[in-house]
Design a protein around this ligand. Structure first.
Ligand code: SF4
Ligand code: SF4
Length: 301
């Protein structure tokens, strides 16, 4: 029988921020959204991608010689340029680089390989009330792989959580939910026009799916990414709270904007559109937290 495989860009063990207890978070590659604030740009494409950390490069040019696709060019000032159309993420240059200036994000793994990793911490899950969380990218962008992983985790008795943006056809999502104990539902923007503008897709299907999940009585935690000047106005925050109330009042986790992904954009030759945005002050986050609490909702930062 053919093995189910998928692209994974990280498996984080001992995670305490992606659901209850101690967990392993499996990050699947590929996402249908292109949020302008994305902190994991290496997660957006489903295929492996080369990341080049210029500041570590000693310009030995070993990578130029070994690249089978001739995708690395030496510029007149001695620096390197990668032709992203030619690079296939094979990783030959990673293995030969003496400065660890290169890495490939994304690895094709079988379901068994992923399960072998998450199984190692079964005792921690049991003792802490934890389990396994599937995240991304957007985990549902590899539906067959996600389905098999969730089903196998449930078979092993693990609590499972799905972190999703909700932009997925219901007929694809529904069978997966059968093996999911908790949905961490990402909310980017309740305003339809702004959602389209900031993420590249409509929020109509997303909100419809959130309601369908709530109707199924699967526990939900809303995860609201807070971006300065993009979804932090009184109106935005009020509308987020109202959306939560419409779902039956799930807990809201606020995830304030940070700049940790900036270097990743450079390493992928991608432009970061929010380079000028400044992280929130603690006072502003507290004000938002208070505004949501006033609706009678549980809110955590
Ligand atoms: S990952 Fe492979 S194709 Fe891409 S630059 Fe390195 S050696 Fe060349
Ligand atoms: S092999 Fe590494 S250190 Fe050498 S030129 Fe390439 S990226 Fe730079």
């Amino acid at each position: 029988m053919e093995q189910i495989k998928g692209y994974v860009f990280d498996i984080q063990r001992y995670s305490i921020h992606d659901g209850p207890g101690i967990r392993s978070t499996v990050f699947l590659k590929g996402c249908p959204l292109t949020c302008i604030w994305c902190a994991n740009p290496e997660s957006q494409k489903q295929v492996p991608q080369l990341m080049y950390l210029r500041h570590l490069c000693s310009q030995c040019y070993k990578c130029v010689e070994i690249c089978p696709n001739k995708s690395i060019r030496i510029l007149s000032d001695g620096s390197l340029e990668i032709d992203r159309d030619l690079c296939v993420g094979c990783g030959f240059c990673v293995d030969i680089c003496p400065a660890e200036a290169r890495q490939v994000s994304g690895k094709l793994m079988s379901m068994e390989e992923v399960i072998d990793v998450v199984k190692k911490d079964a005792l921690f899950y049991k003792n802490s009330g934890g389990g396994v969380t599937f995240s991304g990218g957007e985990a549902t962008a590899q539906p067959d792989f996600l389905f098999s992983l969730s089903k196998e985790c449930k078979k092993l008795g693990f609590h499972t959580a799905l972190d999703t943006c909700g932009f997925v056809i219901w007929d694809i999502l529904e069978p997966i939910l059968e093996y999911v104990d908790l949905v961490l539902f990402d909310v980017k923007q309740t305003n339809a026009k702004k959602h389209q503008q900031y993420t590249g897709v409509s929020n109509k299907l997303i909100f419809k799916n959130a309601k369908r999940i709530a109707v199924k009585n699967i526990p939900i935690i809303l995860r609201a990414v807070l971006i300065p000047g993009h979804n932090d106005s009184d109106e935005d925050v009020g509308s987020l709270a109202q959306f939560a109330l419409d779902l039956g009042g799930p807990e809201i986790n606020l995830m304030p904007y940070h700049k940790l992904g900036l270097k990743k954009y450079e390493s992928l030759d991608m432009k970061y559109k929010l380079a000028d945005a400044e992280p929130f002050t603690e006072e502003k986050i507290e004000l938002i937290r208070e505004q949501i609490s006033n609706y009678g909702l549980t809110v955590k930062v």
